[in-house]
Design a protein around this ligand. Structure first.
Ligand code: NAD
Ligand code: HSE
Ligand code: NA
Length: 436
């Protein structure tokens, strides 16, 4: 369908992503018009301060500090929200949808906290809400889950969805650096923020995990449902120990479909550091790159790889969504809305099943190995391998288990800590990406 009437776009926020969206809208106007079937015209850019320095020059006539007036303007068709955070982003998106605009956003924090409110508003308005940029930046992953794999049954999603933490862990692996040193380098290179909490403590990855799990399993998962552990406790010794096992340490977002004891299907969603074998495709994701590994019944294994952050890569995903929602408007249609029909329970972390790598400093004397093995056996945790390294009068035992629940492993570790022969449980790390 072709139209001479321009499709009018308002952009909210002109920071890293917003400025690149504005740049691409200008530079690619010809191609965008051909792909959409109508000229795409930028009619306003909402900013916090009119005189702030910006990466690109925006004609002053387009700038406004009154975002709410912009999103409710009669002539605006599509609103791109790249302010970030919960408020005022949520109120602006809701106002845009209520006044009949389609919305494209990159806001993972808002979607993970309160996605259902936004999806319901989009449904009520009969408009599109697209958010490919919210997870793994430029990498097309939400559209594949929402559309390409809609006829398949996704069983597992394993993602490296935070570039900052992947950079830090990769640095620790390649240089032997400790966490603090690697973080400092990430900050110097501009990967990590001055306050790195959202990345390092796993909040950013947990928001993305909630979005991925909702789409993969057709159910509502919010950030508060996600078990979250960051990477601040990962030591150079953990990384070296992973190497010994031909593995690497990665911060993973893990979303799984699980059968419960009563035959229902439930979901388990977690973010934590884990060892994965170097033979797993995710192990080769280096530096600040992202990748999402998807397992589904019919397709098998798929991996989506690329830049998960940065102004221009993220703007690429925003523009892709913009073309889709613009086409839909011109065609008088809309894309798929929220799919939460399966309404699955979220399993508590204690019921999550995986394998574990446990390092224990013990006294080096007769019966110690048997006592440690008994502590595992008493809690139903089956041992796969044990490695021992001598340390003068002491020794370090490294135990790798078969699959067990998190609750079983936690109880085992508690028993180990109570044993006289155990000096210290120095590290407990989950092991992922290994076929049982
Ligand atoms: N930068 C990335 O690599 C990246 C990647 C994926 C997703 N995202 C998401 O994209 C969004 C934007 O991120 P960013 O990196 O561009 O952030 P940013 O801080 O660089 O830009 C946000 C801009 O919004 C402006 N702003 C704040 N309140 C405003 C208001 N009320 N009205 C108008 N403007 C306002 C700020 O002044 C700032 O310029 C966030 O939701 C973020 O999570 C960013
Ligand atoms: N801080 C995020 C940016 C994208 O969400 C990262 O390091 O991947
Ligand atoms: Na993406």
């Amino acid at each position: 369908m072709e139209s001479d009437k321009p499709l009018k776009v308002a952009v909210l926020g002109c920071g890293s992503v917003g400025s690149q969206v504005v740049r691409l809208l200008g530079e690619q106007a010809g191609d965008l018009a051909a792909r959409v079937g109508a000229p795409v015209e930028l009619v306003g850019v909402a900013v916090r301060r009119l005189d702030a320095p910006r990466e690109i020059e925006v004609p002053t006539g387009l700038l406004t500090t009154d975002a709410i007036a912009l999103v409710t303007r009669d002539d605006v068709d599509v609103v791109v929200e790249v302010i970030g955070g919960i408020e005022p982003a949520r109120s602006l998106i809701l106002a845009a949808l209520e006044s009949g605009k389609s919305v494209v956003t990159a806001n993972k924090a808002l979607l993970a906290e309160d996605g259902p409110t936004l999806f319901e508003a989009a449904e009520k308005a009969g408009r599109d809400l697209y958010y490919e940029a919210a997870v793994a930046g430029a990498i097309p992953i939400l559209r594949p889950l929402r559309e390409s794999l809609a006829g398949d049954r996704v069983t597992r999603v394993l993602g490296i969805v935070n570039g900052t933490t992947n950079f830090i862990l990769d640095k620790m692996d390649t240089s032997g650096a400790g966490f603090a040193e690697a973080l400092e380098e990430a900050q110097e290179l501009g990967y990590a923020e001055a306050d790195p909490t959202a990345d390092v403590e796993g909040f950013d990855a947990a928001a993305k995990a909630a979005i991925l799990a909702s789409l993969a399993f057709h159910t509502r998962v919010t950030a508060s449902d996600v078990h979250r552990e960051g990477i601040a406790e990962v030591t150079a010794a953990d990384v070296a120990s992973a190497r010994e096992m031909n593995s690497v340490v990665k911060l993973l977002a893990i979303c799984e479909l699980r059968e419960t004891e009563d035959g229902q299907s439930a979901v388990a969603v977690r973010v934590h550091p884990a060892m994965i074998p170097t033979s797993h495709p995710l192990a080769s994701v280096r530096g600040a790159y992202n990748a999402v590994f998807v397992e589904s019944e019919a397709a098998g294994q798929l991996m989506f790889y690329g830049p998960g952050a940065g102004g221009a890569p993220t703007a690429s995903a925003v523009l892709g969504d913009l073309v889709t929602v613009a086409r839909n408007r011109i065609g008088g249609t809309r894309g798929p809305g929220e799919s939460a029909y399966a309404d699955r329970a979220v399993l508590p972390m204690g019921e999550t099943v995986t394998r574990y790598h446990v390092a224990i400093d013990v006294a080096d004397r007769a019966g110690v190995l048997a006592a440690v093995a008994t502590a595992f056996a008493e809690h139903g945790v089956s041992i796969q391998t044990v490695r021992q390294e001598g340390r003068d009068a002491d020794a370090q035992l490294v135990v790798v288990s078969h699959e067990a629940t998190d609750a079983q492993l936690a109880a085992t570790v508690e028993s180990l800590r109570d044993m006289d022969i155990v000096r210290e449980v120095t590290s407990v790390m989950r092991v992922e990406g290994v076929a049982e």
